[in-house]
Design a protein around this ligand. Structure first.
Ligand SMILES: *[C@@H]1O[C@H](CO)[C@@H](O)[C@H](O)[C@H]1NC(C)=O
Ligand SMILES: *[C@@H]1O[C@H](CO)[C@@H](O)[C@H](O)[C@H]1NC(C)=O
Ligand SMILES: *[C@@H]1O[C@H](CO)[C@@H](O)[C@H](O)[C@H]1NC(C)=O
Length: 325
């Protein structure tokens, strides 16, 4: 080849390379797109959902859930009588969620499913952190994110059974903290391991850092309690297909099954009891506020776990860890 032909060849090669790169741009200009083994993967150019994933082809959480909506859902959290004034904010939630968006948290399905999952997750959070009561201004459901910790712990939640894997640090108190409150040394230990933060020695980090508190909560939502089981995320968005046993025990995909996984017998299989109704009410209230509408929550047997058999009956080892929270 002479010099001319070489350079012509190089020009063609460069041209076709840039064409390839161009065709990898998505139409909105904010997303890189590629195909791997026939699967479409995307990566956003902004910081959110900035990891190659099929879920990053969808809108991000901050696209479908904005700061005014967060303020609406948790409208009383910064009133002077609240117990965690100034702690919780939208930004912390979005930063925490970002790690899990490429895995499908708040990015699965179309916009309606995304908003429903946000309402479901925050419904749990709101009901576990509320200081609302019957006559509270704005109604009892307006007081989510009022707490970031248990106020009068009756013990330090150190279980010696786990002293080899998760030994309690001297002086550390493992009372409830966070958005889906964590209790007990072994639960702090497990969350810390997953998040690569030393929560066993520093459980207090959770009540000092809202991003970390939301991270731990989303991690719990998207991680199965037990190997081989679905996560709350999975049963909610429909990743999970019930087995024959599940069907016999009336476990169906939906919000009810998320309570079954997260709280077991504290909440489920006992009819329409208050602890269950309180969580359900927060979820429905948020669906309304987000403009999705509570009628999208589905029928009673999907929405609640009143009649469901437990994923983890009280005598199973996995139930010990989950029922503590
Ligand atoms: C979002 O992701 C899901 C995969 O969970 C996919 O089925 C759906 O089509 C995507 N939605 C959009 C709008 O791309
Ligand atoms: C809070 O937690 C996040 C997530 O673990 C971390 O990135 C950040 O540095 C923490 N902030 C402070 C002030 O420690
Ligand atoms: C179904 O339930 C029965 C009775 O509880 C149990 O023995 C069996 O192992 C279960 N099967 C599966 C696949 O979980």
């Amino acid at each position: 080849m002479d010099a001319k032909r070489v350079s012509a060849f190089a020009v063609i090669a460069i041209l076709s390379l840039s064409l390839l790169i161009l065709s990898a741009e998505a139409d909105d200009g904010k997303t890189d797109v590629k195909k791997v083994k026939g699967k479409k993967l995307c990566r956003k150019k902004e910081w959110e959902c900035n990891t190659w994933s099929e879920f990053c082809c969808n809108e991000t959480i901050s696209d479908v859930f904005q700061v005014y909506q967060f303020e609406n859902l948790f409208s009383k959290r910064n009133t002077p009588v609240a117990h965690a004034v100034g702690f919780w904010d939208y930004q912390s939630f979005i930063i925490a969620a970002n790690i899990y968006e490429p895995l499908g948290f708040g990015t699965t399905g179309g916009k309606q499913m995304q908003m429903k999952e946000i309402a479901a997750f925050l419904g749990h959070v709101g009901s576990k952190t509320t200081c609302g009561y019957g006559v509270a201004t704005g109604g009892p459901l307006a007081w989510g994110l009022c707490y970031n910790r248990e106020m009068s712990p009756s013990q330090s939640y150190c279980d010696d059974f786990y002293k080899f894997e998760f030994p309690c640090a001297p002086g550390a108190e493992y009372y409830g903290r966070g958005a889906l409150p964590i209790y007990w040394n072994y639960n702090y230990g497990a969350a810390g391991k997953a998040l690569k933060v030393d929560l066993l020695n520093h459980p207090e980090y959770i009540e000092q850092n809202a991003t970390l508190a939301f991270q731990a909560a989303i991690w719990k939502w998207i991680t199965p309690v037990k190997k081989g089981q679905p996560s709350a995320h999975d049963v909610f968005v429909g990743n999970w297909k019930p087995t024959k046993n599940d069907t016999l025990a009336k476990r169906v995909p939906g919000f009810g099954a998320t309570m079954n996984l997260l709280y077991g017998d504290l909440t489920c299989g006992k009819g329409d009891i208050d602890p269950m109704n309180n969580i359900v009410s927060h979820y429905l209230y948020y669906l309304d506020l987000l403009g999705v509408g509570r009628e999208q929550a589905g029928p009673h047997d999907v929405l609640t776990c009143a009649e469901q058999g437990l994923f983890n009956p009280p005598d199973s080892p996995a139930a010990v860890a989950s029922s503590a929270s």
